[in-house]
Design a protein around this ligand. Structure first.
Ligand code: KIV
Ligand code: NA
Length: 259
């Protein structure tokens, strides 16, 4: 399979919908890449999906580097992006570049994703100038949850939609190769997607984006707790795990394993 790059992604706008999914280690990246996804995101959702936190805020740069390096060891053909975790993108440029350096040099990822709108555009333009491919992330930004007090939908009012379009266009002008749009009303997501020439990947943002992303544990039915309403479960791996482990437990206790 041919390696996906920021360049090939940009050129694919208007073609078949792009497919993105999260992965947090070499095993998950292996299965995602075998399925032929275009983009693997080492999301800071590793905090809630894998590490037992109740959100992404506790996830540190060290944690992101650790998981991103594991994903890269699977040598995916998909483009691999890693989240710049809570707080990092708001330090001075030197420190932000150093964070991106760790993700690109130590972990070896192809790109980074940064939550933030037009206020971060000047800094993102400097990162792009330094050679960091940046995937912008607007709409709901889970790293803001302590400040927002809740997770909510965006693009509900005309003013909110106009703000999203302004953010999207500023990030495009800054050199982002793609955008992620989270929890945005479908009509607003459609307007944002039409307002930029870079691909817009949606989550909880309707069918009219250039592509979709979901969290792998949600897709596979491995999430033990709450799953957002926009998710579709494409497998019930949780039941497969439970059956396998229950059978193993019973087999050892009944002396049927080993035999
Ligand atoms: O960390 C994550 O899983 C994300 C989602 C929006 C895909 O950023
Ligand atoms: Na994230």
């Amino acid at each position: 399979p041919v390696k996906t790059t920021p360049h090939t992604l940009r050129q694919s706008k208007g073609g078949d919908p792009l497919v993105a999914i999260t992965a947090y280690d070499a095993m998950m990246a292996h299965y995602a890449d075998q399925a032929g996804v275009d983009i693997i995101l080492v999301g800071d959702s590793v905090g809630n999906t894998i590490l037992g936190h109740d959100g992404t805020v506790p996830v540190t740069l060290d944690t992101m580097v650790h998981h991103a390096a594991a994903v890269m060891r699977a040598k995916p053909a998909a483009l691999v992006a890693a989240d710049v975790p809570f707080g990092e993108a708001h330090f001075d440029f030197r420190r932000v570049l150093m964070s991106c350096q760790r993700l690109m040099q130590e972990a070896g990822v192809d790109a980074v994703k940064i939550e933030g709108g037009r206020k971060l555009a000047p800094k993102i333009a400097r990162l792009v100038e330094a050679g960091v491919p940046v995937w912008g992330h607007i709409g709901l930004m889970p790293q803001q949850v302590k400040q927002l007090g809740r997770y909510k939908k965006y693009g509900v009012t005309d003013a909110e939609t106009a703000a999203l379009i302004a953010d999207a266009q500023a990030l495009e002008a800054a050199g982002c190769f793609a955008l992620l749009l989270e929890m945005v009303k479908p009509a607003a997501a459609k307007a944002v997607t039409a307002a930029v020439t870079i691909p817009v990947i949606g989550i909880g943002a309707g069918a009219d984006c250039d592509g979709q992303i979901l969290v792998i544990t949600d897709v596979l039915g491995l999430t033990p707790g709450y799953v957002p309403g926009f998710v579709q479960k494409f497998a019930d791996a949780g039941s497969v795990f439970t059956r396998g482990l229950t059978d193993y437990t019973a087999a050892v206790r009944s002396r049927n394993f080993p035999r």
